[in-house]
Design a binder for this molecule. Structure first.
Ligand SMILES: [Zn+2]
Ligand SMILES: [Zn+2]
Length: 272
């Protein structure tokens, strides 16, 4: 099993910290872990945050704090290089979790120069609004929520079509405060799945929302997951762990769900 989404940012760049995640992975029979860092951790990536930091005072302060503690990306690259030469009992990869906004595709393209194994794209902002911050929870319903989801999936489609990324992170993150997609979005799911497949991108089946926000749904909603499987998109399990004990969290349940959905897809295809 792979855990395709693990953050190092709560520790320092040393092998002891890596070993804590490696041991947690072994305990859950995960044999490959993909480390990544948020782009906001690095000085070179500050240009991606103009709209979000101007959106309101809370987000402005949040970004100022992140910028104040941002490191040069070179530190991460050097650490990744050293770790690749070291022997660990699970396979390691190193990448970046990039906050995607369509306005910044040129700056994001620049990140491809770095010697990393992958770039995963995330929708963390909708037109500057950082919807998943626990300090500014929200609750919407009705037409407003439907409009929001249309915009969210529209951005996801642009991300997939941009050709800039190896994968799409946590496509369920707008559910962070419990607002599930209202109505039927099968057409959007199919368009996103088709674009991911065309660009040979993977999609994360992420337990992060369930673990970090207590979301009642584990991973993608079934309709979205079915769309991904029908289009042959590679689905990778991911925890979004920020601490070692969350590595591989709830993967057994997610794998069972994946198998069940895969089987259901096969059965409907053969009966068509
Ligand atoms: Zn994220
Ligand atoms: Zn993450």
């Amino acid at each position: 099993m792979i855990d395709a989404h693990i953050h190092l940012e709560k520790g320092s760049y040393c092998f002891d910290w890596i070993w804590e995640f490696v041991r947690a992975a072994e305990a859950r029979e995960v044999d490959e872990i993909w480390f990544l860092e948020h782009t906001h951790c690095f000085r070179e990536c500050g240009c991606l945050y103009g709209e979000m930091s101007r959106f309101n005072a809370y987000q402005h302060d949040w970004f100022q704090r992140k910028q104040a503690s941002a490191r040069p990306i070179e530190e991460y690259l050097r650490f990744a290089e050293r770790a690749r030469r070291e022997c660990f009992p699970v396979r390691l990869r190193f990448g970046l979790e990039v906050c995607y906004s369509p306005e910044h595709e040129r700056e994001i393209a620049n990140l491809r120069q770095y010697p990393l194994d992958f770039l995963v794209g995330s929708i963390h902002f909708i037109d500057g609004w950082a919807f998943s911050h626990k300090r500014q929870p929200w609750r919407l319903d009705g037409a407003e929520l439907e409009r929001l989801y249309r915009r969210y999936y529209g951005l996801m489609l642009r991300l997939a079509r941009s050709g800039l990324f190896s994968g799409l992170a946590h496509p369920n993150s707008l559910q962070c405060f419990g607002a599930s997609p209202p109505g039927n979005f099968d057409r959007e799911y199919d368009e996103i799945a088709l674009a991911l497949h065309e660009h040979q991108m993977y999609v994360e089946e992420s337990s992060g929302l369930a673990v970090n926000y207590g979301d009642r749904e584990l991973g993608m909603n079934r309709r979205m997951l079915r769309a991904m499987l029908k289009r042959g998109v590679t689905v990778l399990t991911a925890s979004d762990a920020h601490i070692p004990r969350d590595t591989g969290s709830r993967f057994r349940e997610m794998c069972a769900l994946l198998e069940e959905t895969r089987l259901a897809c096969l059965l409907t295809q053969t009966s068509d």
